[in-house]
Design a protein around this ligand. Structure first.
Ligand SMILES: [Zn+2]
Length: 376
């Protein structure tokens, strides 16, 4: 015979399978189970009474709370007791803790083999100890940690020693089987955990790839937009300088419609509210700029630089990050108001004129662009 301390074996003997069998219908602890517990020599009457009283107190408080919340007496009782699971768990832990202490006292210094827990999801750290030999009284031992149901086979003890209660005498084949089953179960649980972690890593990887792909797409779209703007603007400039071309090219829209924040900023400077307005460059504006400010020698003679296609591509930057913008005192010939933007870029001062459309069109059109050289 082997000498085995197995918490589950003890619990099975003294407590009912179904937790709610512990209590009578009027919430008294069943005497039968109290007698069982009293027969365990490592538990005092005081320990048992305290354990039971604490749980019953908890149930009664809970029932009171639920009734106060409007539950019927029967419903409150059913919910609070919830199968008596709490009471059974509490008593089980009490029994195992005291039993483990008792084993430590009785067998200290003896060698023992750590045996598996029967838990469905065994503690992975304890699983590492299965089948290994330790010494009673040195280090952590089965049953000490809260909820632990690991067992131990104590070595070097005479089975017929009076210190050994009946419940600890176990057939060696049963002990071997318990070790095998426990190891297999722990392995299964470990595999399941690894698979779960792998699945989560895979999911996280997929999410990252997804985000990266979307970011790359957005960047590419942004770059394409900038390129389109440049191409179309240069095309406008070429057409503006070519008198024979009679086809009126499309306006080149750029940037997003003016939002609340930008509108508030413009209002401070100009007094106009332009939320929802959209900017564009028109052939008219470009032609005007080219005619008035496209001749190199003339512009140079008055301290200015001739407008080139590449200057037009700065218009989004000038209107977005201007140094200053004002409402011009002079209106356009058709009565439309005009904004004058100023922006310093690379030693040049850009003046950009923009026509303010009506509330229906909500358009902001290019009117003129000229470039002053900054004197040093
Ligand atoms: Zn354990």
């Amino acid at each position: 015979m082997s000498v085995v301390f197995d918490p589950d074996r003890i619990l099975e003997k003294v407590l009912p399978k179904k937790a709610d069998d512990l209590l009578t219908s009027d919430l008294k602890f069943r005497d039968k189970f109290k007698q069982n517990l009293l027969r365990l020599d490592f538990l005092t009457k005081g320990d048992i009474n305290k354990g039971i009283a604490k749980s019953l107190q908890f149930y009664n408080r809970k029932i009171k709370d639920l009734k106060a919340q409007g539950e019927s007496a029967a419903e409150a009782k059913a919910q609070a007791i919830n199968g008596g699971a709490l009471l059974k768990a509490r008593l089980s832990d009490l029994v195992v803790e005291k039993a483990s202490e008792d084993i430590k006292e009785k067998f200290t210094g003896k060698q023992y083999i750590w045996l598996p827990s029967s838990a469905e999801d065994p503690d992975p750290v304890h699983a590492l100890n299965y089948g290994k030999t330790f010494i009673v009284g040195e280090g952590e031992q089965p049953g000490e940690r809260y909820g632990c149901r690991c067992a131990m086979e104590i070595l070097g003890v005479n089975t017929f020693d009076e210190e050994v209660p009946d419940i600890m005498r176990v057939n060696p084949d049963k002990v071997k089987a318990q070790l095998e089953t426990g190891k297999a179960r722990a392995q299964e649980a470990a595999k399941a955990r690894v698979a779960d972690i792998e699945a989560r890593i895979k999911e996280a990887d997929a999410n990252i790839k997804d985000i990266e792909a979307r970011e790359a797409q957005a960047k590419q779209a942004e770059a394409q937009k900038a390129l389109d703007f440049e191409t179309k603007t240069k095309e406008l400039f070429n057409k503006a300088s070519n008198k024979i071309d009679l086809n009126k090219p499309n306006d080149v829209f750029f940037g997003n419609a003016i939002d609340e924040k930008e509108s508030a900023k413009l209002k401070v400077k100009t007094g106009l509210i332009l939320e929802g307005y959209k900017r564009r460059i028109t052939i008219g504006g470009v032609r005007h700029s080219f005619k008035q400010h496209g001749d190199t020698s003339y512009e140079e003679s008055r301290g200015q630089k001739a407008v080139e296609a590449k200057d037009l591509t700065l218009i989004p930057e000038i209107t977005k990050n201007y140094d200053d913008v004002v409402l011009s005192e002079k209106k356009n010939f058709d009565g439309r108001s005009v904004f004058v933007y100023k922006k310093k870029i690379n030693g040049l001062l850009y003046f950009y004129l923009e026509l303010i459309g009506g509330k229906t069109s909500k358009g902001l059109e290019s009117k003129d662009l000229w470039i002053k050289k900054i004197k040093k």
